[in-house]
Design a protein around this ligand. Structure first.
Ligand code: GN1
Ligand code: MG
Length: 364
């Protein structure tokens, strides 16, 4: 456990003069460890320990974030926006660069906390989701002329659903925890849908879908929403910004935000894809993108939602089989619960595909 004294020591390695009063652990991210730093009763910084068993090259990871945030900052300034609120700001380390190494070999970074904004785990009001969509679409539009060859691939094959399926089969074969027998239904669900996996990768390979600079982790909780205006002001969690298909970003937002329930809901009766939210998101995302998608990409968006939801379910189930080594869990069986909600959503999307297609056709 990281305590106040240790966190203060790490905090002091950054170029700030404040004295921290407290550190509050944020339990929502599944990968890095995140703490909100309060100074004189005000949340002021976000201190994060990078999960280097997943992000194996902190230099490349940091270079991506520095590059992307500098690029966004210039654009936001040119448009008369407020870069302090609209772009993540990494704080320099006294060790040089933008991260600090702690005594135990951990890699830490710190951001300014964006004031007057918060994140949501579930869509409480449809306008929030629409606004998050505009923000993610706009994020992708702003990065459309980013020099993609300067981006490092922080996690190879991140949204390669075919390779996710292969990893799943390996985990199933190894069955290191002996859990496979108890989840045969979920395993069959995956195996029956192998053909779905190559939907996006095939179209990238054939050139039908162009590679763009995508965020790749567009969950609702990765955008800060202004507490007053409810607008999506800043896209956060830039660890996986890499070249990809627009379907990845659209799909990931739908699987998380258009769900009627939380990602780890145990009562599957409560879990379905909300078509009205699918529509709100599509509308906002396309608005944010400002009409830069091809017809083929537009028509692929509903399948993008299905594929990324399926992929995420595969990843959760794989991790369950592997003994929960990748995604942070806070209770027994949480990865299995997460996999189940994703598969429930996939089944629902299979049924709702005609309606999803008609919604997109409205916006062509
Ligand atoms: C992870 O770190 P976080 O919670 O934003 C994961 C995403 C998954 C998501 C599922 C680097 O995102 O790919 O979609 O959990 N990030 C990484 O909630 O694997
Ligand atoms: Mg996140």
């Amino acid at each position: 456990m990281t305590d106040y004294v240790q966190l203060t020591k790490i905090f002091e390695t950054f170029e700030v003069t404040d004295k921290p009063d407290s550190f509050e652990c944020c339990s929502f991210g599944h990968i890095n460890s995140t703490f909100f730093v309060t100074v004189k009763d005000v949340k002021k910084y976000v201190l994060q320990k990078i999960n280097t068993s997943i992000f194996k090259n902190p230099d490349e990871l940091t270079a991506n974030i520095v590059g992307v945030t500098k690029f966004l900052r210039r654009k936001v300034e040119a448009m008369g926006g407020d870069p302090k609120r609209e772009v993540l700001h990494l704080i320099r380390s006294k060790q040089g660069g933008y991260y600090s190494k702690s005594g135990d070999g951990g890699y830490w970074r710190m951001y300014d906390y964006i004031k007057g904004a918060k994140t949501y785990q579930i869509v409480e009001d449809p306008i929030l989701f629409y606004n998050s969509a505009v923000a993610f679409g706009n994020f992708q539009k702003l990065l459309s002329d980013y020099p993609a060859d300067e981006l490092h691939e922080t996690i190879p094959n991140f949204h390669n659903t075919v390779s996710r399926f292969t990893d799943f089969k390996k985990a199933l074969e190894a069955d290191v925890c002996g859990r496979a027998a108890s989840v045969q239904k979920e395993i069959d669900f995956v195996l029956e849908r192998e053909n779905v996996c190559s939907f996006i990768t095939d179209r990238i390979a054939s050139g039908e879908y162009p590679l763009r600079v995508t965020h790749n982790d567009t969950k609702l909780n990765n955008v800060m929403i202004d507490e007053v205006t409810k607008e999506g002001i800043c896209v956060i969690d830039l660890d996986t910004v890499m070249p990809g298909s627009v379907l990845y970003d659209f799909g990931d937002s739908i699987r998380f935000g258009a769900s009627s329930a939380e990602e780890d809901e145990r009562d599957l009766g409560k879990v379905y894809m909300r078509l009205e939210l699918f529509d709100d998101y599509a509308k906002g995302f396309l608005k944010g993108l400002g009409g830069s998608l091809s017809e083929a990409e537009m028509l692929g968006l509903p399948m993008g939602a299905l594929v990324i939801t399926f992929e995420t379910g595969i990843r959760f189930l794989t991790d369950y089989l592997n003994g929960d080594t990748y995604f942070a869990t806070h209770r027994e069986g949480q990865n299995l619960d997460r996999a189940r909600t994703q598969f429930k959503l996939v089944s629902d999307m299979e049924k709702k595909m005609p309606e999803m297609n008609s919604i997109i056709e409205k916006y062509l």
